[in-house]
Each structure stands twice: as C-alpha cells, then as structure tokens.
Design a protein around this ligand. Structure first.
Ligand SMILES: CCC(=O)SCCNC(=O)CCNC(=O)[C@H](O)C(C)(C)COP(=O)(O)OP(=O)(O)OC[C@H]1O[C@@H](n2cnc3c(N)ncnc32)[C@H](O)[C@@H]1OP(=O)(O)O
Length: 320
C-alpha cells in the first residue's frame, strides 16, 4: 500500500480535472471544500447542504477543517489521521472560520490543530496528523465483505421513488419523502440492504452501502480525497446505533466526536463500500465505527464516532 501511495499526483489527471466542465466537477470541490483564505492559517468556509436539524452537518465541518490543516503542510505529506470534538452546534446562517495552529513539524509526522469558529466561539476542535511516505514490510488488513456490486443496486433516490408508489403511504410520509428527494446532497449512495438501511425492521447494528461524491474530482489530489471521505464518513454513521430499536425514533441526535484513519490511496468520486457497525450503546450515547473499502478490496480508511442519541417511542400507526 505504501508503495502505491508513493505514486505522486499525476500531472495529466490534474490538468484533465482543470479542463472538466464546471457542471461535472463535484460541488464538494468547487464549493464545500473550497475555502477562502482570509490570512495566514485563517480560512472561511460556507455551506452547501444543511440537514433538517438546522445545525451544520458534522462531516462538512470535519472536511473543511482537514482542508484548512492540509493547506499548511507540504506536498510530500499525506493525511493519516484526525481526531475531532463537536463542542457546539454549527449555525447554518453564518460562515465558519478555521484557525490553524502549526502544532509540530517533525521529520516523519506533522501535526496541526484546527479550531472551527462561529460567533467568536469554537464549534469544533480538530487535530490532524500527516506523514511522509515510509514503506514498511508490516502490511495486513481484514478482508472486504462480499456484497453485490453498486451496478446491481438502487440509489437512495430510486428507492424513495419506489417507496412513494406504495398505496398505503400517509400524506405526511409522502411529503417527508418528497422533501428528501428535493434535497441536493452532494453524495450518491446505494444501500446494500435497503430494508435494513431504513430500519423497517429491527436488526443488528450493522449496515453497508456504496457511496461516492457526486461529480468529477479526478485522481490528482490525495489530500482532497481524504477531505471528501471525511465529509462522507459522517453521513450515515450514527444512524447505525439505532438499527436494533425500531420501536424508537430519534428525538435528538448529534455526533460528539469523530476520529478517522487513512490507510491507502483512493478516489472519493469512485464507488467505495462503507461498512458501518455499532458495538455499544448506553447512557444516551452510542459508538459507531466504519471501514471504507475500495472496490478492489483495499481498506482505504477507518473511522469511529460517538454520538448523543435521545429517543422517543414510534407512534403505532407510523408508516415510516
Ligand atoms: C450526522 C450527525 C451530525 O452531523 S450531528 C452535527 C455535528 N455535531 C454537533 O453539532 C454537536 C455539537 N455539540 C453540541 O451541540 C453540544 O456539545 C451537545 C452535544 C448538544 C452537548 O451540549 P449540552 O449543553 O451538554 O446539551 P444537552 O445534551 O444537555 O442537551 C441537548 C438537547 O437534549 C435535551 N436534553 C438534555 N438532557 C436531556 C434528558 N435527560 N432527557 C431528554 N432530553 C434532554 C436538551 O434539552 C437539548 O435539547 P434542545 O437542543 O434544547 O432541543
């Protein structure tokens, strides 16, 4: 894997990305992760998609924080891990400032601390670490789960369309689903087992889905792919904790912290398998973990997240 990582960004794919028409470029690259520099180590990020909770999407804040951190390290350094706490809800009405502290530049490892700030207060604190490429004879990984290929599965949007055609759906359920369809999330997702994914029946706290950034990114910039993967990794992770509890629905959920480790090169605009599970829940909290697999079976990244989850019983006649 390390040898593979040593393939540096390929100039020709960089230039083909630059020539790609704007409407085909991923909005994650052109907008969400395209921070404005205000001063040395100070950046401003804006929002693209805001969840129904009207608090900023955690993945966006992590992705932007990693972009800010990556801007202060050399091209020979690769992101290998990040550790974040979400300390306040993000306000979708104002931009987020990212202040980078150059904590240490070592010979092999370089650490950055990033504070995401709104209204003068931190909403996220993040440490990110980068490493120069160092080949090693120690190499192992778990095998990738065997699942259907993305071409054989339906997208979330196609599944919602199917569900909308069910005759016994309540008007409010229809409205909710149509709202979901109208939301422009910059990620494409294909659940491996849709019934499980949507909690139609209680099941083990484990779910798998294929995901990729919408639009073209290109293979050039590995740091950018890590930032996109950080964005995507927060999208369906915490919901895994709720899978065994179909009699309850979420009243308040929010991620508390998020840690991520990058193992290999990958393209976040190509299908990756997200394998999420939750080993524990208790005390109004739940732990969720996920592994991101490249299609060819290489383990690309792992992440862990703890969240607060407060639930209420589902109404007897609910169709969702
Ligand atoms: C996809 C997942 C995501 O992206 S989530 C987005 C990223 N994460 C975040 O935005 C989290 C940011 N952090 C925070 O908002 C805060 O640090 C949190 C986690 C809320 C902790 O702050 P803290 O002041 O301790 O809040 P809190 O837990 O006391 O209250 C939160 C809401 O829950 C309620 N609550 C509280 N205790 C109880 C209880 N025993 N039973 C029932 N409800 C309870 C509080 O009233 C509060 O609700 P509300 O916000 O007032 O509606």
């Amino acid at each position: 894997l390390k040898e593979e990582q040593s393939k540096n960004p390929d100039e020709s794919s960089e230039s083909s990305a630059a020539q790609c028409p704007q409407d085909l470029r991923s909005v994650l690259v052109t907008s969400v992760l395209n921070l404005e520099q205000l001063d040395i180590d100070l950046y401003r990020g804006t929002h693209h998609w805001v969840p129904r909770t009207q608090r900023l999407f955690g993945g966006q804040i992590i992705g932007q924080a990693l972009v800010a951190a990556a801007k202060s390290v050399g091209d020979n350094l690769y992101a290998h891990s990040l550790h974040c706490y979400f300390v306040r809800a993000g306000d979708p009405k104002v931009p987020v400032l990212y202040q980078v502290d150059r904590t240490r530049d070592g010979r092999s490892f370089t650490v950055r601390s990033v504070k995401a700030i709104q209204h003068g207060q931190p909403i996220l604190i993040c440490q990110a670490s980068f490493q120069v490429l160092q080949p090693s004879p120690l190499q192992h990984q778990f095998p990738m789960p065997v699942v259907p290929q993305p071409e054989d599965l339906l997208t979330v949007e196609e599944l919602i369309q199917r569900y909308l055609s069910k005759p016994d759906l309540t008007e409010s359920a229809k409205q909710g689903l149509n709202k979901l369809l109208a939301t422009e999330v910059p990620i494409e997702m294909k659940p491996v087992s849709p019934a499980h994914f949507y909690r139609f029946a209680p099941g083990e706290p484990r779910r798998l889905f294929w995901a990729r950034a919408r639009g073209y990114i290109g293979e050039g910039d590995m740091k950018l792919h890590c930032c996109v993967a950080a964005y995507v990794s927060d999208f369906a992770l915490l919901g895994t904790v709720l899978l065994p509890y179909s009699k309850y629905k979420a009243r308040f959920t929010a991620s508390l912290d998020h840690a991520m480790w990058f193992h290999s090169t990958f393209r976040s605009d190509e299908w990756m398998l997200y394998e999420c599970d939750s080993p524990w829940a208790g005390s109004s909290r739940g732990l969720a973990q996920c592994r991101l697999w490249r299609r060819d079976g290489v383990l690309a990244a792992s992440c862990s997240q703890e969240g607060v989850l407060r639930v209420k019983p589902v109404a007897e006649n609910s169709k969702l």
